[in-house]
Design a protein around this ligand. Structure first.
Ligand SMILES: C[S@@+](CC[C@H](N)C(=O)[O-])C[C@H]1O[C@@H](n2cnc3c(N)ncnc32)[C@H](O)[C@@H]1O
Length: 210
């Protein structure tokens, strides 16, 4: 989608290259679970993809933006890059041990979010793990912009604010991920590097496919 290419070029040409601290903390959990085949869904320029690769996982990066994937290629051309969308992941059923999806599935109306969640379920092996970061209704940006569907806004106060953003409640997780055991679910205040270092509030969800 060209809009995401424009955002990567104009707003995120210089985003943080460090892996997400929550992803760093996940590594021992993934190792204990014997995870090997991993997808970074909505990888962006691949800061977390690169960290997973460095830690020995067989990781692929999928993103809707060719610009983002090209940036990853410049850093490490050996990582498999998949140009595609979260609503139709071009990977086989039950082919992965872990899906990482940080700050991505909020970008859609609820029907698209449900489809993405089903795609995550489809590509995971039974017992596979998913880790998701999405904005909470306590995020300051939730009070800005225009509502296009319940808790889904556009024109919010964000560099990518013209794209849809769904703000999640605790109940959303039971609703969207009924086939996952909730291993951990935490609502966290943090500073977002994608959001010009402004305060945000988001959910971290670690789930296991039943
Ligand atoms: C805020 S960035 C997060 C990047 C990365 N996951 C991270 O945490 O550093 C959101 C990413 O989702 C991608 N994206 C947006 N909509 C998508 C979709 N429908 N399918 C796949 N990727 C998408 C964007 O191109 C962008 O790279």
């Amino acid at each position: 989608m060209k809009e995401w290419d424009t955002i990567h070029k104009e707003k995120w040409s210089n985003v943080n290259e460090e892996p997400d601290p929550e992803v760093v903390k996940l590594i021992p959990i993934l190792m204990r679970n014997g995870a090997r085949d991993v997808l970074d869904l909505g990888s962006g320029a691949g800061r977390n993809t690169l960290y997973l690769a460095k830690n020995g996982f067989n990781v692929s990066a999928l993103d809707i933006s060719e610009v983002a994937l090209e940036r990853l290629k410049e850093k490490d051309s050996s990582i498999e890059r998949v140009h595609g969308g979260m609503n139709s992941v071009p990977l086989d059923d039950s082919s992965l041990d872990f899906v990482l999806c940080t700050r991505v599935i909020q970008h859609g109306i609820m029907q698209e979010i449900r489809t993405a969640a089903n795609e995550i379920k489809r590509v995971l092996r039974p017992g596979g793990l998913v880790f998701i970061i999405v904005p909470s209704t306590k995020d300051p940006a939730f009070s800005t912009g225009r509502e296009i569907e319940k808790n889904t806004k556009v024109d919010i106060d964000r560099p990518d604010g013209n794209m849809p953003h769904h703000f999640f409640t605790r109940e959303d997780f039971d609703d969207i991920f009924p086939d996952f055991e909730i291993v951990a679910l935490t609502e966290r205040d943090r500073i977002s590097t994608f959001n010009e270092n402004r305060p945000t509030c988001s959910w971290d969800f670690l789930g296991r496919k039943k």
